[in-house]
Ligand binder design. Structure first.
Ligand code: SF4
Length: 172
């Protein structure tokens, strides 16, 4: 059975949050937003350091779903502060490659980790495509839950923008 991307497509940031914390994904999807700088540090979100500013004009928004930092002939290139959440970074970019493939555009990806001065190359494989499909189905299912997933007490909770929200509630 063909996968219906139209039914399951979502913002890239939600794929990122899925791999960081399912509860965070649920809170974000309900419009509870407490985004701040600590969160940016935690997830290593996009920044445009001097070395990337030159290419900033290539930032691209596709279908209101994908916000791509840099696009060139062969690659889409994401810029992250640091590699603290490598799996989340990888799968967000994998989702972008998957989405573009559905539009008939074949690309590879790179993640530029500014602090480490490291570049990881990402290629979409059949196995990763299956993982992305499952992830998108699971994201939809989490979003449809009436209540948020249970607090997991993760090592990076203190750096999460929802920290106060999660822990104050738990203490009640
Ligand atoms: S504080 Fe922890 S449990 Fe709560 S949303 Fe953030 S990462 Fe998830």
């Amino acid at each position: 059975m063909d996968f219906e991307l139209e039914k399951f497509k979502t913002q890239g940031v939600k794929v990122n949050y899925y791999y960081i914390c399912k509860r965070k994904l649920w809170l974000f999807s309900k419009g509870i937003s407490m985004e701040d700088t600590s969160d940016r540090v935690m997830s290593g979100k996009i920044i445009h350091e001097d070395s990337y500013q030159r290419k900033k004009n290539k930032e691209m928004l596709i279908d209101n779903v994908l916000r791509l930092d840099i696009v060139d002939d062969e690659y889409i290139r994401e810029v992250k502060i640091s590699s603290r959440m490598p799996k989340a970074d990888e799968m967000q970019l994998m989702y972008y490659l998957f989405y573009l493939k559905h539009l008939g555009i074949d690309k590879k990806g790179t993640i530029n980790y500014v602090k480490e001065k490291r570049v990881d190359e990402i290629e979409l494989t059949e196995e990763k495509e299956e993982e992305i499909k499952n992830t998108l189905i699971n994201i939809k299912s989490i979003e449809n839950q009436k209540n948020p997933p249970k607090l997991e007490n993760l090592p990076y909770c203190r750096k999460c923008s929802y920290f106060t929200f999660c822990y104050v509630k738990e203490e009640e």
